[in-house]
Design a protein around this ligand. Structure first.
Ligand code: SF4
Length: 370
């Protein structure tokens, strides 16, 4: 089995070369080509001699991704890429990644797993089931392939595509080390956000890992919150049954105290379900726990069977869209009142746009169907 060089940090690459009696300084050259220049073949690492290329290619390879479909939103120019993995040793899987352009901000939303077994009730990926974890190389290759295809260098990377990053923890951490390495693509850590539904001990570990690596110290954490009520949250996110809000909140406090980084709460607005006065009061209290902001996300329509009460809500939104008005719940008066009420209590609230809604590229819609 050949090892994928793209899945290794520069340090790991150095160790590997030293073990193979190859000079350590070659690691930097190889890393620069594999990640800075994003070459996808060892023969194209022209900084090293041909005999070394040959020696490496006996044991190692560079696994890239193959683009199999592409779509672009006529509405907002969001681009969705469907990739297939090329690693011969692992199950071949398809994943999606999204490029969102908002003025000078170019955000790539990447996947960490093919499918997902968290099974959130509002999420198309969750309904696919789980195929396999992506390797660190497959995680970073999504960005490299999008750069190659679009000629756009991302300003931001968000781990909010398919899969739950903290259920593929080691590969996600390795990919963060690769992204932030200045000898590679060198994305500043403050421009990267990792989103999770929250698992006991994972947020704490993440805080410790960020603190122990100066390159990673400013990586942001987003919690997919969606409800401050344990009962509703358990209905929406099945794994929250064994990861209660009390546990998660304690870990968020630890995260803030350890890293000093603000928390982002992702909050899908389910009109009539999570916008009561009690929800507002709990969000106000939560926003005072540690410095934070709340991203309100419209509930994006999906075409798989939903449980009630999401089914009625989905039909309501979907109805509005097929009316030709292309509206979503972001236009609801109740939503604006909800946001105003929170802002009047000095809660920092952002209303997220539904980029890529018309090509099924928005939050909750990724399902490898083009
Ligand atoms: S929202 Fe995230 S964690 Fe939940 S099922 Fe979808 S991909 Fe998995």
């Amino acid at each position: 089995m050949k090892n994928d060089i793209r899945s290794l940090t520069q340090e790991e690459l150095k160790d590997l070369l030293v073990n193979s009696k190859i000079q350590k300084y070659r690691a930097e050259q190889i890393f620069k080509f594999a990640h800075g220049k994003q070459v996808d073949n060892l023969d194209n690492i022209t900084a090293i001699p041909k005999d070394l290329q040959k020696e490496l290619s006996e044991k190692y390879c560079i696994n890239s991704l193959k683009k199999v479909a592409f779509s672009e939103s006529p509405r907002d120019k969001t681009q969705k890429f469907l990739f297939e993995t090329t690693d011969e040793e692992r199950k071949k899987v398809k994943i999606e990644s999204v490029l969102i352009s908002e003025d000078d901000r170019k955000t790539i939303c990447i996947s960490t797993q093919a499918g997902c077994n968290v099974g959130c009730e509002f999420c198309a990926t969750g309904k696919m089931g789980f195929n396999r974890n992506l390797t660190a190389g497959e995680i970073v290759s999504q960005v490299y392939e999008i750069i190659k295809e679009s000629k756009i260098i991302p300003t931001n990377i968000v781990y909010m595509g398919m899969g739950e990053p903290f259920l593929n923890y080691d590969n996600v951490l390795t990919s963060l080390k690769i992204f932030t390495d200045k000898k590679g693509i060198g994305i500043p850590s403050k421009r990267i956000t990792v989103s999770t539904v929250g698992f006991e001990n994972r947020i704490k570990k993440f805080a410790d890992d960020l603190k122990s690596d100066s390159n990673l110290s400013n990586v942001k954490l987003a919690l997919s919150l969606h409800s401050t009520d344990n009962g509703l949250r358990e209905l929406l996110i099945p794994t929250s049954k064994s990861n209660s809000l009390k546990i998660i909140y304690d870990e968020l406090v630890y995260f803030y105290r350890t890293t000093g980084n603000k928390i982002t709460y992702e909050y899908i607005y389910f009109e009539g379900l999570n916008d009561t006065i009690n929800d507002e009061n709990r969000l106000i209290k939560l926003s005072r726990m540690v410095p934070s902001n709340i991203n309100i996300i419209p509930f994006h329509y999906v075409d798989f069977p939903l449980i009630e009460p999401l089914l009625s809500l989905n039909e309501k939104i979907y109805g509005k869209i097929i009316d030709g008005k292309e509206k979503s719940l972001s236009n609801s008066i109740n939503l604006y009142n909800f946001i105003d009420n929170l802002r009047s209590e000095k809660v920092t609230v952002n209303l997220r746009t539904s980029s890529g809604l018309d090509i099924n590229a928005a939050c909750g819609q990724l399902a490898v169907k083009n």
